[in-house]
Write a protein that binds this ligand. Structure first.
Ligand SMILES: Cc1cc2nc3c(=O)[nH]c(=O)nc-3n(C[C@H](O)[C@H](O)[C@H](O)COP(=O)(O)OP(=O)(O)OC[C@H]3O[C@@H](n4cnc5c(N)ncnc54)[C@H](O)[C@@H]3O)c2cc1C
Length: 451
C-alpha cells in the first residue's frame, strides 16, 4: 500500500527531525514518513522562537546535580553530530556566563560554584567586577558602585539555530537510501487505532503507520488524550517573548534562577541570525493557546489541558508557589503596553545592562514561542523539562526548554522504542561509536528520567 509506513512522525521541529535522522542512520527501519503542517523547524525550534542556547547545565542555576549531568550528556550529542559534518551553519561557539546581582545572588553563585561543581565543568570560573569588565564591559558600565556583582563565566558556550539544525537532520536522513517521505504544509487532524496499525488523517490524505511518534509540541498531548493516554497529565502553555537592542554584549548572559523553577530567568543573548542585536527574554506569560499567537488553537489547548478537578487543584497548588506567583505577576505587568516595557527595562534589562534607556529597547515582533509545561496531576505540580508519554506502538513528546538541546537523546529513546516494538534492529555499536566516549555515557543517555 502506497501510504503504508513503519514509522510516522508528526512534527518537523528539532525533536521530530532528530528522530527521522536517528531512525534512518541507526536502524534497519526502511519506510518513514514525517508530516509537518508548516515548514521544517518553524515551530518552537525556529531561531526567532527560542533563546538559541545549547544548554549543558553549567549556567542553569535552577537545575539540580542530576539534571545537570543529564543535560550535559544529552547536549554533547549535538556537538558530536556537528563534528561529523563537514560544514555546519547552525552552531557557533560563544562565551557565556550566569550573572549574580545583589547580595543574595552573589552568595548563591559563590556557594553553587564550588570545587565539586567546577570539577564537572573545568572551563567555568567565578569572576568579579574587574574581570567581568574585561569580558563583558557593558555589564559594568553605568552600574551603581554599591551594587555587588559576580559571574560564573565560561568561554566554551554554543549558540544554535535549532531551525537550521532541524533541516540538517532532514538532509542527513535523506542521504540514507531509505524510503523517507516528507509531507510538508500538511496538518495531521485525526488519529485512530485499527488492529496493529494507526491511521493518521491529514487534510489531504490518510496514512497507515505501525509505530507513530507525535513530536508536535503541545498538540502531542491533545492527540494523546484523543487516544485515551495522558489522563494523569495536564499542561500550561507558557509563552515567551523577547525585546532587543543594538548589540551590546559578546555572548550569553544568564541570570540566577531559583531551583526547581522550570524556566530560565530573563537573560541577554547575541542573536545567531543577526549579530547586530542583543535579545532579552524570554518573558513568562500563561496563554490559552497551543501555538504562539494562534488564537484558533484554544479549543485544542483546553482539550489537551483537560479541565477536571485534578487539573484545577494542580493549578491552585502551582499558583500558591511564591516564586511562581512572583514570576507570573511581574510578567503580567511586562505585557501592559508602554508601562510593561518600562518595567521590563528596569527590572530585567538594566540588571544586566545598566546603561540602556527606554528608547534603546524594542519588542521583538517577529519572535517568541510557546513552552508546553506539563503538569503532573497526581503530584499537583509542574514537571521540569521534556516529558514523553508512551502508549502501545505510539509515543508523544512535549518538549519545553531544554528540549532542543536534548533532542538527540529524545530521538535515541524513541528510536529504541520503535525498533523494540517493530522487532527491528537498532545499531547500538554504530550509535555508541559516533556519540559516546564510552559505554558509561550510553548508560547515562538511556537511564530512565525522573521528573
Ligand atoms: C521562548 C523559548 C525559549 C527557548 N529557549 C531554548 C534554548 O535556548 N535552548 C533549548 O535547548 N531550548 C529552548 N527552548 C525549548 C525549545 O525551543 C523546544 O524544546 C524545542 O524547540 C521543541 O522542539 P519540538 O520539535 O518538540 O517542537 P517544535 O519545534 O515546535 O516542532 C513541533 C512541530 O510540530 C508541528 N505540528 C504541530 N501540530 C501538528 C499537526 N497536527 N500536524 C503536523 N504538524 C504539526 C509544528 O508546526 C511544529 O513544526 C525554548 C522555547 C521557548 C518557547
Amino acid at each position: 500500500m502506497e501510504n503504508d509506513y513503519d514509522v510516522i512522525i508528526v512534527g518537523g521541529g528539532v525533536i521530530g527531525t532528530s528522530l527521522l535522522y536517528t531512525l534512518s542512520e541507526f536502524t534497519d527501519i526502511n519506510n518513514i514518513l514525517l508530516i509537518e503542517k508548516k515548514k521544517i523547524g518553524r515551530g518552537s525550534s525556529w531561531s526567532h522562537s527560542n533563546s538559541q542556547t545549547l544548554h549543558v547545565g553549567d549556567i542553569e542555576t535552577n537545575y539540580n546535580t542530576e539534571k545537570i549531568i543529564e543535560t550535559r550528556t544529552a547536549s554533547h550529542l549535538i556537538l558530536k553530530y556537528t563534528k561529523k559534518l563537514r560544514e555546519s551553519n547552525f552552531i557557533k561557539p560563544v562565551q557565556k556566563m550566569v550573572l549574580g546581582v545583589g547580595n543574595e545572588e552573589v552568595e548563591n553563585i559563590i556557594k553553587r560554584y564550588d570545587e565539586k561543581f567546577i570539577s564537572l565543568f573545568p572551563s567555568i570560573k567565578v569572576i568579579k567586577t574587574s574581570e567581568i569588565l574585561k569580558v563583558e564591559p557593558n555589564l559594568i558600565k553605568g552600574r551603581d558602585k554599591d551594587e555587588e556583582v559576580i559571574a560564573a563565566y565560561s568561554k566554551d558556550g554554543h549558540m544554535v539555530n535549532f531551525g537550521l539544525l532541524s533541516s540538517s537532520f532532514v538532509n542527513s536522513a535523506l542521504k540514507s537510501k531509505k524510503n523517507i517521505k516528507l509531507r510538508l504544509n500538511e496538518e495531521a487532524i485525526d488519529i485512530e487505532r485499527k488492529n496493529a496499525h494507526y491511521i493518521v488523517k491529514t487534510e489531504k490524505s490518510t496514512y497507515r503507520g505501525r509505530f507513530v511518534v507525535f513530536a508536535a509540541g503541545g498538540y502531542s498531548l491533545y492527540f494523546a488524550k484523543k487516544l485515551g493516554y495522558g489522563r494523569d497529565l495536564s499542561m500550561l502553555s507558557v509563552a515567551g517573548n523577547f525585546y532587543y537592542s543594538r548589540n551590546v554584549i559578546k555572548g550569553k548572559v544568564y541570570r540566577v534562577q531559583k531551583g526547581g523553577i522550570p524556566f530560565a530567568a530573563v537573560h541577554a543573548d547575541v542573536d545567531i541570525t543577526n549579530k547586530k542585536i542583543t535579545r532579552y527574554g524570554p518573558t513568562v506569560n500563561i496563554v490559552p493557546f497551543l501555538e504562539h499567537t494562534n488564537v484558533m488553537s484554544t479549543y485544542k489547548y483546553i482539550k489537551a489541558m483537560g479541565l477536571d478537578k485534578e487539573t484545577v487543584e494542580s493549578l491552585i497548588n502551582i499558583s500558591e508557589d511564591k516564586d511562581i506567583q512572583r514570576i507570573v505577576e511581574k510578567n503580567f505587568i511586562y505585557s501592559i503596553p508602554d508601562l510593561g516595557k518600562y518595567y521590563f527595562l528596569k527590572e530585567e534589562v538594566n540588571k544586566i545592562i545598566p546603561s540602556l534607556k527606554y528608547n534603546d529597547i524594542k519588542f521583538y515582533k517577529q519572535g517568541g514561542g510557546i513552552r508546553p509545561q506539563i503538569i503532573d496531576k497526581k503530584m499537583r505540580r509542574l514537571i521540569l523539562g521534556v516529558v514523553d508519554l508512551r502508549g502501545d506502538g505510539i509515543e508523544f513528546s512535549m518538549a519545553p526548554s531544554p528540549g532542543a538541546s536534548s533532542c538527540l537523546k529524545e530521538a535515541l529513546k524513541y528510536t529504541r522504542s520503535a525498533t523494540e516494538y517493530l522487532d527491528k534492529k537498532f545499531y547500538k555499536e554504530k550509535f555508541v561509536k559516533m556519540f559516546c566516549n564510552n559505554e558509561e555515557e550510553y548508560k547515562l543517555l538511556t537511564k530512565k528520567q525522573k521528573h
